[in-house]
Every structure is written in structure tokens, then in C-alpha cells.
Design a binder for this molecule. Sequence first.
Ligand code: ADP
Ligand code: MG
Length: 575
Amino acid sequence: MATIRILEATVANQIAAGEVVERPAAVVKELLENSLDAGARRVTVDFSRGGKAQMIIEDDGKGMTGDEAMLSLERHATSKIRLASDLDRIATFGFRGEALPSIASVARFTMQTRTAEAPSGAEIAVNGGKIIHRRDHGMAPGTRIEVANLFHPVPARLKFLKSDETEAAHIVRLVRLYAIAHPEVGFLLREDGREIFRSPGHAPLLDRVREIWGRQVAEEVTLMPVFERPGMKLSGLLGKPGVSRGTRQDLVTVVNGRPVDSRTMAFALTESYHTLIPKGRYPLAFVFLEMDPAWVDVNVHPAKREVRFRDEARVRNFLIESVLAVLRSRADEGLPAETIPAVMAAAPFTVNPAAGPTLSSPVVVPLTSGPPSGPPPVVTHATAVRLGWRLLSRLREERAVFETPTGLAILDVGAAHQRVLYESILKQFSEQNPVSQALLVPLAIELEPLPAAVLRERLPLLQAGGFDFEEYGRNFWRIAALPAWLEPEAALAFIRDLLAEMARREGDFGRPALAYDALAKLATQKARRKGDAMSDGELMELVQSLFRTAQPGTCPRGRRTYVEWTDADLGRRFG
Ligand code: ADP
Ligand code: MG
């Protein structure tokens, strides 16, 4: 029968290491965070064989004295918090005091460190948790930590490591994230001496993204202005409409300098791109949220990046509002410069509500008034298009080829049509007291309990939108009037879609714009019903209407409405 005893420090550290360092990238994360906590202005990361053979993290931060360095290897030794109450306002990455002893217990660990005041530095070498030596070491102020033969002292864990390539990919991804999160710090990342990226501190954010994420990504994003709410600040770069990814890899969220995963933030960003990217895909974004540390919970699993907010709804709404404001004002991104009007995003367009959108009576009639605030410069897309786009030919029914002031464009007629119809419907749906049509024969609809409850709750919003509902039995409803834009044949399906969407987005449904799924579906069906027999004149009207919409670049399902080859592109193709 075994007796109870306290574990030896090394064994306890090796067990803790199981949580803190699951793979080489986790070691890099802990050491990088320590460097940033130490106020480094420059950090260099070197690794080889996916970090399995060696990782070196070097910084020019405040360093440690020899005694502090010895102490830092003790479990629960930290300079960052003292009291449990400090946990409520952590401004540093670390606070557990576990990383260094854990790492040192499962590798060959060499730390060289020096403070600015000390005449020379110290070197401490540890192997599998046992101190090998401590001696003086001449060096500049800062800290250099080398971790070699990771997990050799605990062979069972070696088996769980993936291929060198996979582990290397994790390290590269991690260092990229931290470099983006800390634009004030210079970063250098090397694999086997080969430079992967280098980025000096204090570069403009877009340059930073180009250096770290690459040229292509830099071309797909634009700078957003800074938004503020009491206690919160948002800034960063946002992907252009129509640019999307199948994964969240380029959806980067940073909270108080910490790269994090936040379902709330990812959801808010993805929602904001509705109709600008296809459903199920993710936008590009590099967003930085700063807020009172007391509102953020980072005291979660050491190896996870997940973050929780004290008020998730407030964060979500702040993000959605800010991003939508940017996207609305940047609707012109990706359009050729010559066709960008000065006030497109703000310019209202009017619709003939009684007639409903049809092709022969164009959905959009010319601008009648400027935006409410201030006299607008009267430049419209319509003018620009009339001057700029010339129809060259049809391409297999659904497409049309245009000469543009900057090159050659191919228009997807259906997609363009859907965007025009969608915005027209959205506009009317959002309008207070729109034209309503009484039905000669009322429609009847039976609803499941959930949608019926949603309908009861949202009745005022729908009544204001031109619907007239009356409950005449349990979950049976009679519809006596519809808004003019909604044809009776399409009404029942639309109402079901709308209620489902409202149920899904409960909290947010003061905002009709968020009915985009139901509206997009309706627009798509309408566009299909109009058929594709369109005269050249109608086609030109469509193009003009398209460029008067808020987001001409994509259809409401987020696919591109047109692609353009500039003269420069074509020149390159011809060599
Ligand atoms: P924590 O970061 O949770 O405090 P660590 O085990 O990661 O715990 O580090 C222990 C302590 O060692 C830190 O609190 C800090 O005082 C010191 N330290 C670690 N790395 C560095 C570094 N690169 N520069 C200066 N001090 C460091
Ligand atoms: Mg730490």
C-alpha cells in the first residue's frame, strides 16, 4: 500500500507542463508573452525542426538579476500579481508563474538575462528540471531563452507531437498573431536561420500586415477609422466586400494586445458582412478592441486563447455598428476609381413603391434629394456609369461584357439583378409606413408555436412595415394586407423565412437590415422569375441601378456581381 507524500518539485512541474506546454508553439507563446510583459521593443524568434530540436526567444526587455532569474524557475514565482484581487485587472499576459518552471522541467533550458543596471548578465542552465549551472554571462540588457530537445525528459509526450511541418506551421501562425497584436514591437522570425518575416516596430498597420501576412492579404483589406464607446475602443483593418475565406484563419481579433478567439467577436464580424460574402464563409479582419481589463475574463485555460466579456451583447453590438458603418461608407472599394462617386454611400435612392421592382420600369429612379446632412456634391454612379461603361457583348445568356474606363468588365446579370432587387426591398422593408396593399382574399397561415410567439412579439414592427396580421385561432393567422413590394404568391414563404430569422437573432431584431437572409432569398427568387430575356437598354439600366446600390460589388449572397481586368492586368497578360 503506497503512503501519501508531496510530489518532488520536478515531477509537479512536469505535470503542470502537461497543461501549459502541449506543443512547441505553446512554449513560444509563453516566452513571447514574457518578453512582451518585460517591455521588449524587439523580439527575435528562432526555431528548428518544428521547434522540437530548438527554440530561441531573445528580447531587449527589462531582464532579470541573477537571483530573480533563479527565483523565476520556482513554481508560482511571478512578479506580476500578488493578491487574488489583482486577478480582476490583469494587464500582463502572465500571472500564474508556471511557464518557466514547467518548460524547464521538460527540456534542456538555458536562460541568459541581464537588467540595465547590472554590470553583467547571468546564465542559468537546466536539464529536465535539474539546475546544471549558474554563472556570469556578458551580454546586452534583455533576456535570451533557449529551449532544446523539448519533451526528451518525458518521452511519453514526444509521441503526441505532429510532423515538423505541422509544428512549424503552428509556431509561425502564433508569432504572426503576436506580431500583429503588437505593432509597436519589432519582430524577426527565422526557421533554421532562414527569415520567415521581419517587421520593424511602429510601422503603419497596413505595412505591418503586408510584412507579416503577405502582399495579397494587404491588398484585400482597408483601414477602418477608430470607433469609441465609453470604456471601449475599436480599430483595425477590414476585408473588402466580396473577399472571404473558408476558415477563420484571416479573422484576427485582438483584445487589449492579446490575440484571442472570441465567438462573440467572430460572430459580430461575420454578421456585419451579410450579403458581402457567401454564407458559411468568413471575412478578413484584423480588429483591435481595447477595454477596461475588468470587463474581460482572460483567466481561462492556460493553453487556450478564448476570451469572455462581462457584457457580450454590448461588445457584439459595438462591433456590428462600427463595422457596418465602415462597410457602408466603403461600398466603393474595389470599384474602378473613375466610377467612384463622392457620396454614394450616403445617397438615398427612391423607389416607386406601388409598381414594385420590375426591369422595364427600373427599380431605381434618379436621385431626387441629397443626404440629410449638408449639401451633397452631386456626383452619382449613374453619371459615372453612363460615361464609363459600354456594353460590348453578351456572354452565354447570364453574362455581359463591358468596356470600362479602366479596362474590361464581365457582369453577372443575375447577381447584379439580385443586388438591385435586394436593396430596393430592404429599403422598402425598413421604411416606416410604406405603401400597403389590402388583399381581396386574405391569406391564411398556420405557424409552429415558436414562430407564432415571435410574430406576436414583433407584431408592431411588422404592422409598421405594411403587414396586417390577425390571430383568429391558436397559431392560425389571417393576413389582410401586405406591403406593396411583396407579391401575395411569395408572401407565405417569405413570412416563414422572416420569422425563423427573427427567432435566430432575437436580441437584435429592432433592425430590419438584419432580415437579410429572408430578403436575399426573396430577391433571388424575384430575379429568377424575371427571366433572362433582357434588351440592351434594360441591361444598361440594370448596370446603372447596380451602381446606385450601397454595395454594387456583391450580390446579396456575397458573390461578386462583376469582375474587372484593368488595362494594367491585361498588359501583364500580354507580357
Ligand atoms: P508569469 O509570466 O506567469 O509571471 P513565468 O513563469 O512565465 O510566469 O515567468 C516568471 C517570472 O519571470 C515573470 O513574472 C517575470 O518576472 C520573469 N520573466 C520571465 N521571462 C522574462 C523576460 N523575458 N524578461 C524579464 N523577466 C522575465
Ligand atoms: Mg509568463
